[in-house]
Ligand binder design. Structure first.
Ligand code: ATP
Ligand code: MG
Length: 673
């Protein structure tokens, strides 16, 4: 019998937090629960994230060294904010704590173990653009024999490989289930995957999925490494667990081991990433995987006024697949019932939102406390415009700003060149879209253009097509170049004066650029919608130059914060975001816009998604409304003039229609002069 000798945990200075006072009973039990597995499952705004934050503080208070704690969150920002809160609560140095997204933690682990995997420590991480370049070079050298069959393009291959990894199915199964039309070329696809994997190894690069997959492999295949990390991470905590996929779930399980101290928090009603392989089963099966796990439920919502909460509860009750939860408000009555605002058009919607923001700001609400939420990124366009023209600062977290997107810039390049025939940047951008045109031939074409009559100021000497076809385009590009030239003809009248901006956009997208998008982008449909939106916006302008300067100004504002060395903007600003990106966040005032049936829920979910797809959309709606603390505005335009088939009348979202009348307060909007 070895002698037992116990080392007492060295306690850091106690933080003096009064845990019992700052937490409710179930939060308190979770925060102070003894080591072991624990699941906190509760509705929105019930303090799940707060529970995790206090749990970290509690562990530190009990002398657990920060480096033995691993905190996994949905964004790096969330991790930073939680750690800042912890730092404010305790005096321990939280810099030593491991906190971040799955990818960032994966990266850290892989840097330390690269050699085991045949990588060098300094491996590079490819972004999507790099990944595509690499895939294209693989395809070019692959010598595939696919006969007459369609073969997926680089982007689509990347998507397929990634999905298979994230949901942990074989490529064969994935093709059978989701891409049956690629069945005949499966063998070649498999071959491409092998080549792609080899290429990554040869070039010492990893893609984003590698950051998870390779950690899982590393831990699975190497007992010593696994034991090392299981010892290192004495306590593992995961926020937003409902949106983990199989791969992330495996990674967590491997990092903490069967008897590990794993605390996960989540809300099955907020699972909104199944399209990316998230599996709400991870939370539902937790108890099976960790039989000794304790479950904590929180039934109080601290975030929202009762009026908002009543609406959220009523909405989610329409879903049949869920763990029933009752969520009672901790707060007392608010100032208003959620507003149901129907406006005529998307422009009126934008005007309403902007005006109301200004009023609220006058009343003393900080801009940081206001958010505009939408289903899809392109829904934000009109609002971005309106806020910009009224000088209301905003920050946008739903990906690129509208005008920074490649397809919007491409279309603008056509227009800019038609308006300004000396615009080298736009010219170069255009010709680089052509097949077989690299930098050298692009420069040759530009030099020839400079020497031609076309570049002269004043009326166009000849038609664009005549002038442009005289330029030395490489053979491979000839046919497309001809179409470009014809398109440019349509953008101006006989003497070279630009036509109305909306019809310019129309000519570009209906013609040659539409074709280009469909072969080039995997989400071409979405991008077409963007351009419809751009064209709707352009219809407010009769003059192309004026329209383009507006665009330029908007883009100029965009890049301010992105320049190297620029200070991050500390300015107060309204937040514009998709709901997907708004997970876990809260604002006093929330505007949910574009709540029209077909927009939210998305048309696809209505038409062919089946009940599960609609339920996921409803969860998304639930996440949207539960972001609001004090005031919620549900806004929808009756006329959608962005629709492909002209102006379309639309109904309010079924998620609004199905609510009891008394839960919303209809607002009648009139235009005043
Ligand atoms: P979501 O589901 O949206 O991620 P959540 O369950 O993580 O929400 P939190 O963001 O942690 O909820 O908390 C929501 C709000 O309620 C926060 O402002 C938080 O500070 C507050 N809150 C939570 N618990 C308490 C409490 N016991 N006392 C006072 N305020 C609380
Ligand atoms: Mg949270």
């Amino acid at each position: 019998m070895p002698r037992e000798y116990r080392i007492q945990q060295h306690r850091g200075p106690a933080s003096g937090i009064d845990y019992q006072a700052e937490l409710n009973e179930s939060q308190y039990s979770a925060v102070t629960s003894p080591p072991g597995a624990a699941l906190v499952i509760a509705g929105a705004g019930s303090g799940k994230t707060r529970t995790l934050t206090y749990r970290v503080a509690y562990l530190l208070d009990n002398g657990i060294p920060p480096e033995n704690i691993l905190l996994l969150t949905f964004t790096n920002k969330a991790a930073r904010e939680m750690l800042e809160r912890v730092s404010a609560l305790v005096s321990t140095d939280t810099n030593r704590l491991w906190g971040g997204t799955f990818h960032s933690i994966g990266n850290r682990i892989l840097r330390l173990n690269a050699q085991r995997l045949g990588y060098q420590r300094g491996f590079s991480i490819m972004d999507r653009e790099d990944q595509k370049d690499l895939m294209e070079s693989v395809l070019a050298g692959a010598e595939l024999d696919v006969g007459n069959y369609r073969f997926p393009k680089a982007d689509v291959l990347i998507e397929m490989f990634s999905l298979a990894l994230n949901v942990c199915v074989s490529l064969h199964e994935l093709i059978e289930e989701r891409y049956p039309y690629f069945g005949p070329v499966e063998e070649s696809i498999q071959k491409v995957r092998e080549l792609y994997e080899r290429k990554k190894q040869e070039t010492n690069t990893m893609d984003f999925d590698d950051l998870l997959v390779r950690v899982v492999d590393l831990l699975r295949d190497n007992v010593d490494v696994r034991e090392y990390y299981q010892r290192q991470f004495q306590f593992v905590l995961v926020d937003e667990y409902q949106d983990t996929n199989k791969l992330q779930c495996d990674m967590v399980d491997l990092l903490c081991g069967e008897n590990g101290n794993l605390m996960v928090v989540g809300d099955d009603a907020q699972s909104i990433y199944s399209w990316r392989g998230a599996d709400v089963g991870n939370i539902l099966n937790f108890q099976r995987r960790y039989p000794k796990a304790k479950t904590f439920k929180i039934e109080t919502n601290y975030r929202s006024v009762p009026e908002v909460l009543a609406l959220a509860n009523a909405s989610i009750a329409n879903n049949s697949a869920q763990i029933p939860k009752t969520l009672l408000p901790a707060r007392s009555g608010g100032k208003m019932t959620p507003a149901l605002v129907s406006v005529d058009t998307p422009s009126a919607q934008a005007a309403f939102v902007a005006q109301r923001i200004l009023e609220l700001h006058e009343e003393g609400v900080e801009l940081d406390e206001i958010a505009v939420l939408y289903r899809a990124h392109f829904h934000s366009l009109e609002i971005q415009m309106e806020l910009t023209s009224r000088g209301i600062p905003f920050q946008i977290t739903s990906g690129l700003r509208f005008f920074e997107q490649a397809h919007v810039k491409d279309v603008a390049a056509f227009m800019k060149f038609a308006v300004n025939r000396r615009d080298e940047v736009s010219f170069m951008r255009l010709v680089r879209l052509l097949p077989g045109v690299g930098n050298a031939s692009a420069s040759r074409m530009w030099s020839a253009w400079l020497a031609s009559d076309g570049v002269k100021d004043g009326p166009l000497a000849q038609k664009f097509s005549a002038l442009l076809m005289a330029l030395p385009a490489p053979k491979k590009a000839q046919e497309t170049w001809q179409q470009y030239a014809w398109t440019l003809d349509e953008l101006v009248d006989e003497v070279g004066t630009p036509v109305a901006p909306a019809s310019m956009i129309h000519s570009v997208t209906e013609g040659v650029y539409g074709d280009y998008m469909r072969t080039k982008f995997k989400n071409a449909e979405q991008r077409e919608q963007d351009l419809d939106q751009l064209s709707a916006f352009a219809s407010r302008f009769s003059d192309a130059t004026e329209f383009l300067s507006q665009l330029a100004l908007l883009t100029g504002v965009d890049t301010e914060g992105n320049q190297p060395g620029a200070q991050p903007q500390e300015k107060e600003a309204v937040t514009l975001t998709t709901t997907h990106q708004a997970k876990g966040l809260e604002w006093k005032i929330v505007f949910a816009v574009w709540l029209a049936d077909g927009m939210f829920p998305h048309r696809r979910a209505i038409d062919d998604g089946g009940p599960e797809a609609l339920e996921e959309e409803r969860r998304l709606f639930y996440v949207t409304v539960t972001r609001a603390k004090d005031e919620l505005y549900l806004v929808f335009p009756v006329i959608n003039h962005q629709a492909r088939d002209g102006n379309v009348l639309q109904r309010a979202s079924r998620f609004i229609e199905e609510l009891p009348d008394e839960l919303v307060d209809p607002w009648k909007i009139t235009a005043g002069w």
